[in-house]
Design a protein around this ligand. Sequence first.
Ligand code: PMP
Length: 293
Amino acid sequence: YYNHNSLIFLNGKMVKANESVTDLYSQTLHYGYGVFEGIRAYKTESGTQVFKAEAHYERLKKSCELVKIPFNWSVSELVEATYQVLKANNLSDAYVRPLVFCSPNMSLTRPNEVSVMICAWEWGAYLGDKQLRLTLSSYCRPHPRSLHVEAKVCGHYVNSILATTEAKDNGYDEALLLDCDGYLAEGPGANLFFEKDGILYTPKLGNILPGITRATVLELADKFGFEVQQGSYTPEDLWEADSAFYCGTAAEIIGIESVDEITFRKDWNNSLGKQLQEAYSKLVRETTKVSRQ
Ligand code: PMP
């Protein structure tokens, strides 16, 4: 996805990827102290639309606030910049990656100055389009009293990389992580839902990233009249489920075939998840406003 000639938004200017530099003494590089977002743009009948762009930049702002990184941009400025990046790189179906990173500072004090960059690239289905074979990770999600787990902080993703690497090394597609109390939490980059006797269940907020796709799924489920419960669930609850899925901006909605040796009994094509998957795919390509391109 990296193209040397691509154009990146950096602190208000468009710069070439191969001409942009970052300081090697950045706190983000050394300590993982930075925040980011993952957004998707879709081709619609009236041009490119960035799905839930405002919600993503609101979360970026919230992430900065939680970890005390100064954030001086407005949401609307960054939404505008996102459309600029897409247009400059001639992208429509694309993944957008904003990153707020720190200036040189080798101390452990918060920075006074930060940079924001937005890049984008064409990216197909992140976890593929087959159903996933998961494994319960030996890593748990970060403890909410150690870090702000609801912030999308760069350093938190060491946990995600460790869990994904372990899962793949053991021959699985993806990991499933528990929280520090042993309840179901989420995937390394997606939220979890499961279906049992016609009801949907999802881990409650608190120990997970408040996914924007999770919120969209809750809206769609409400529209369909599906009952959804949010709570603390154990791996045993999941093993007894009829079906399950992951959701996230990059992954969209993707069915889960199995967790370790337990295979879900319901055919994905007959699950509530499948209906939500189709509705989500339609929703993101709906024309909601006049095209910006
Ligand atoms: N959990 C984690 C740990 C994630 O990294 C992501 C991806 N941002 C999600 C859940 C899903 O969030 P969203 O739907 O906002 O992409």
